[in-house]
Ligand binder design. Structure first.
Ligand SMILES: NC(=O)c1ccc[n+]([C@@H]2O[C@H](COP(=O)([O-])OP(=O)(O)OC[C@H]3O[C@@H](n4cnc5c(N)ncnc54)[C@H](O)[C@@H]3O)[C@@H](O)[C@H]2O)c1
Length: 286
């Protein structure tokens, strides 16, 4: 079954980017948000990203128009009924994702549809077991910003069928032009299991007064040729998402290096979530 009709659940930072690249690749996309207000904001986010791509010459105006014409952002979950692939991108909260997969199992009618999660860290088995079709559940972990970064991690659980995995890989590689790497079903998969301890170390360094935020980031940009420093990257990911991923890793492995430092917890409690709220380790214009 060629995948031509795709659904996305959640139209935040990641869901909007995933919807955009899927529509750019020519598929018909339905995005479901929590309510009407969030759906409106989600569509505006996609429109802004497409407009920026057109303004920068990365997309011609006609293609930009076609991309937006292939997308619908709605608040009605039933609109996902005819989808062949659904990619879930709701916040990194286990109960919310489990509830979303239960709902997808009830709503999506295609017996062969692939139900994918963009989770950064929650074991896929926990989501698969919320459905009556664990053989069709897998992780497709995109990277932020989705239109720019080529990587997708494919995560298969002990119960994922080889046919569903093959169709997901073919879609990501052949239709979206992404580079796919495969990970077993362990919290954090490959990239976040390596990245999160590094980000948390930078936060601990700042917390202990060891160096300033600017110097920590400049060190990694100028000294190690990273495109951005760890604190700016945490601001880009979102401090809430970074903390949720750290908690999943800590729950799975019980290693102190994954434990969120108090400074991160306090900033999340204060709503200082990074770029998305205008303030994190650095300040941003909104
Ligand atoms: N932020 C990153 O850099 C990044 C990178 C890779 C993967 N991820 C993963 O992607 C997922 C989403 O993260 P994000 O950064 O886009 O979060 P986000 O907070 O920007 O977006 C989440 C969206 O989901 C919507 N939502 C909440 N409940 C919903 C529901 N019941 N039904 C439909 N929509 C609902 C929210 O309104 C919001 O727009 C998480 O699992 C995260 O771990 C994030």
């Amino acid at each position: 079954m060629q995948i031509a009709c795709v659904g996305v659940v959640g139209c935040g930072l990641m869901g909007s980017g995933i919807a955009e690249v899927v529509a750019r690749a020519g598929s018909d996309v339905v995005v479901v948000e929590a309510d009407e207000v969030a759906a409106k904001a989600g569509l505006a986010r996609i429109e802004k990203s497409v407009d920026t791509a057109v303004a920068r010459g990365k997309l011609d105006a006609a293609t930009g128009e076609r991309v937006l014409g292939q997308l619908r952002v709605v608040s009605d979950f039933d609109a996902l009924a005819d989808r062949q692939l659904v990619i879930e991108a709701v916040p990194e909260v286990e109960q919310l994702k489990v509830a979303t997969f239960k709902r997808l199992d009830d709503v999506v009618e295609h017996g062969d549809a692939v139900l994918a999660s963009n989770t950064s860290s929650i074991p896929i088995m926990k989501l698969a077991m919320a459905t009556r079709r664990p053989e069709h559940v897998l992780g497709l972990h995109f990277f932020n910003p989705v239109p720019v970064l080529p990587l997708v991690e494919l995560v298969t659980s002990l119960l994922t069928g080889s046919d569903a995995a093959a169709r997901a890989v073919s879609f990501a590689e052949d239709s979206l032009g992404k580079c796919v790497i495969r990970s077993q079903d362990r919290a954090g998969f490959i990239v976040n299991a390596l990245l999160i301890p590094y980000l948390l170390s930078a936060i601990r360094m700042l917390e202990s007064g060891f160096a300033s935020a600017g110097d920590i980031d400049t060190g990694m940009v100028q000294g190690c040729a990273h495109p951005m420093g760890p604190l700016a990257l945490t601001d880009l990911i979102g401090l809430d998402t970074t903390m949720a991923v750290a908690e999943s890793l800590y729950t799975e492995f019980k290693e102190p290096l994954y434990a969120p430092p108090p400074m991160l917890s306090r900033m999340v409690e204060a709503g200082l979530l990074g770029r998305k709220t205008g303030r994190g380790f650095f300040d941003y214009e909104r």
